[in-house]
Design a protein around this ligand. Sequence first.
Ligand code: F6P
Length: 363
Amino acid sequence: MGDIKKIGVMTGGGDCPGLNAVIRAVVRTAILKYGVEVVGVRSGYRGLYLGDFVPLDLDAISGILPIGGTILNSSNKDNLFQYPFEEDGKTVYRDVSDVGMENLKKAGIDAMIIIGGDGTLTSGRDYARKGLPVVGVPKTIDNDLACTDYTFGFDTAIGIASEALDRLHTTAASHSRIMVLEVMGRYAGWIALASGIAGGADAILIPEIPYDIQKVADRLKQRRDRGRNFSIVVVAEGAKSITGEIHVSKVIENSPDPIRLGGIGNKIADELEQLVGLEARATILGHIQRGGTPTAHDRILSTRYGTAAVELLMAGKYGNMVALKGDDMTYASLEDVIGKNKGVDPDGELVRMAKGIGIAFGD
Ligand code: F6P
């Protein structure tokens, strides 16, 4: 423990409610419990490359607990192990990770806490392999990171999506429509499943259960025949039909995962309008799910993660990610976390329960 005098902290990847709460917990625990200094690395790995560092004392983090986004800014590009340069009109990639190591050394930073999802933590693991003392903190509204039960930000996202569903219910009923809500989640259906259950959806379409649109339509027709004049459908942005196609909205060069999903909600609404014979409208909730203040649950989880990350570093347990298992704060090797998508179990209790209360999944 005696070797660490200054800790760096960085947020990478897409932002997420609760990032500031993690930063605050890191700074408070480091200073108040261990008498260790903290420095923020701005804008993810770009800041590491540029040496864009900011001292974080107790004043710097005062008042940030309930605030969304990240005071350190973030970036979901800038992989320093494959950094893009323009040369003769072409993009070439070089490993500039040593520049980051040098910058940390110059600033006297002994260890890093890296808060991010799979892409950010992949570079965290690669820095750990280079010998940098690293501890990761799992961040994503998608809740799709392996080795942890829940990521912070997920609870806030499903709260926002559930509220959207409550609002869609009243307008759906007034106009006798099918309302389709497209939610985020990348290749996992956690946000769709949880918000669909909480928001009383009639159908939930997730990547883990390929859907047959005719089967979804048949269930909505049965509902109409029982006298229900409207229906609510939640579709995950990564949902796929039984024929297997997914909806890519754009491709972002230099991002660890260049594919951006989105747009399937419009297709589902058009198809259901035709097949069910009720007017349909789609709402794409988008980044609203990521913005704004974290729920109380996420503030507590973020604070636990931030504190546990400092404790793990101070105990010399480098190369790990803090993790929640049941109600226990524990940790897992970054080597075991990376590259695994934690999807919804199609045969799990949550899906079986949802099917048992009549929610259609299109299978
Ligand atoms: O991983 C979080 C997330 O919000 C996903 O749900 C979504 O697919 C993606 O990020 C959107 O990324 P961007 O902010 O680059 O549009």
